[in-house]
Design a protein around this ligand. Structure first.
Ligand code: AMP
Ligand code: GLY
Length: 423
């Protein structure tokens, strides 16, 4: 079977490496992929946002399955176009991808179906939003309605910050049309948990839980990033909480999407906060998380290709989805300066005794095939072990065997999770 994976980051590399383990997968293509993936996939030049280009690549290589990994093509309707052209896909269609593509849609869905989330208001004009904020409680959270490169949620500790957030989203339009409407919501507190799930619209199977580290600096300081590292499973996510989430969040969400005529098929990501009054949804994503995927998929024992096909064919209930009871840690190596300005183009060296999973994200290959840094988040180094402590130590031991100029990483990935288990 031939598989085409859309996207170019560490998440896509983790998906590709897992698909490669399937005895049924004979060839993998990546559009556009990156120079570091060449050992695992044939890279096809192009853009993940070019829907006709994606369909043309699927036709040219006569692929059996297309995995659409990033949010942009899903929200733009890549799966609808691929289905129309007769291709099997893993990923939601455009109507279902709205669960991530529009915060207003997802908040209204949760309200209508009683799914626990932060209390909120929707505003379509800056004047109304500013008037509301004049005597709203702080801290408070301001979110752009549409996609915003993962940066559309602004946690405002003061009223002035909240005013500034409205100005930048709705007036300066720093995220373009995504800021034409905003959600202003209640500030919640508690440990955060990411739960990715497989769903075919009827059955939902949660994957192992994980914990992201979004801030650039140690101790959760500095700017928000795409994610600087992850561990799995997340120790705060106990079996009791998992059961509660299944009953109050996961099943109600897929039933709600079906009831709205938008059955969700693919990977549905629940960003949860475990508050004192129970687990609440912070956000939904219509896709695998990055870098959550880099710790979740190494722990998956079952055949990812079989699961993806079962999702597409709506027979997930019959398909085994098993995880090991090991732990995983992924440390992201970034270019110094990320998520602001940074320099790239530096040669990447990996010691001969490197012994972990290396996921390439912002990487390109030069004419001779040598790897160079080419982005903010450059590489992910992921290790597994019997214990969380073991996985963290192994990941960091391997990080020291990867070299490029201007590299930086957080030194405390997993520290908070270790406090929770070792206290
Ligand atoms: P998002 O882009 O929606 O994932 O949000 C980014 C981060 O902002 C989340 O991981 C949370 O840490 C934080 N956040 C989002 N919504 C809230 C909220 N209602 N209360 C507190 N923190 C939030
Ligand atoms: N790591 C969070 C995300 O993928 O959006």
């Amino acid at each position: 079977m031939k598989v085409l994976v859309i996207g170019s980051g560490g998440r896509e590399h983790a998906i590709i490496q897992k698909l490669k383990e399937s005895p049924r997968v004979t060839e993998i293509f990546a559009l556009p992929g990156n120079g570091g993936m060449r050992r695992d996939a044939v890279c096809i030049p192009g853009s993940a946002k070019d829907i006709p280009g994606i369909v043309a690549a699927a036709k040219a290589h006569a692929v059996d399955l297309v995995v659409v990994a990033p949010d942009d093509p899903l929200v733009l309707g890549a799966v609808d176009a691929l289905h129309e052209a007769g291709f099997a896909c893993f990923g939601p269609d455009r109507a279902a991808a709205a669960i991530e593509g529009s915060k207003v849609f997802s908040k209204n869905l949760m309200q209508k179906y009683g799914i626990p989330t932060a209390a909120y208001r929707v505003f379509e004009s800056a004047a109304d939003a500013l008037a509301y904020l004049a005597d709203a409680p702080v801290p408070i959270v301001v979110k752009a309605d549409g996609l915003a490169l993962g940066k559309g949620a602004l946690v405002c500790m003061t009223r002035e910050e909240a005013f500034r957030a409205i100005h930048s989203l709705m007036e300066e339009r720093v995220f373009g049309e995504s800021g034409s409407r905003v959600v202003i919501e209640e500030y919640l507190e508690g440990p955060e948990v990411s739960v990715l799930s497989f769903t075919d619209g009827n059955t939902i199977v949660p994957m192992i839980s994980s914990m992201d580290h979004k801030r650039a600096g140690d101790g959760d300081t500095g700017l928000n990033t795409g994610g600087m590292g992850t561990v799995a499973p997340n120790p705060y996510y106990t079996p009791e909480i998992a059961k509660l989430c299944m009953d109050t969040i996961f099943l109600p969400t897929i039933r709600a999407m079906r009831a709205e005529g938008r059955p969700f098929k693919g990977c549905l990501y629940f960003g949860l906060m475990l508050t004192k009054s129970g687990p609440k949804v912070i956000e939904y994503n219509c896709r695998f998380g990055d870098p959550e995927t880099q710790v979740v998929l190494p722990l998956l024992e079952s055949d990812l290709f079989e699961i993806m096909l079962a999702v597409e064919q709506e027979r997930l209930a019959e398909c085994p989805v098993r995880f090991t009871d090991r732990h995983a840690c992924c440390v992201v190596l970034a270019s110094k300066g990320y998520p602001e300005a940074y320099q790239t183009g530096y040669p990447i060296g990996v010691d001969a005794d490197f012994d972990a999973r290396l996921y390439c994200a912002g990487v390109k290959a030069d004419a001779e095939g040598a790897l160079l840094s080419a982005g903010g988040r450059v590489l992910g180094v992921a290790a597994t072990d019997k214990t969380l402590r073991g996985a963290v130590d192994r990941a960091y031991a391997q990080v020291s065997k990867v070299h490029f100029e201007n590299a930086y990483c957080r030194r405390d990935i997993g520290a908070r999770a270790l406090c929770a288990v070792e206290d």
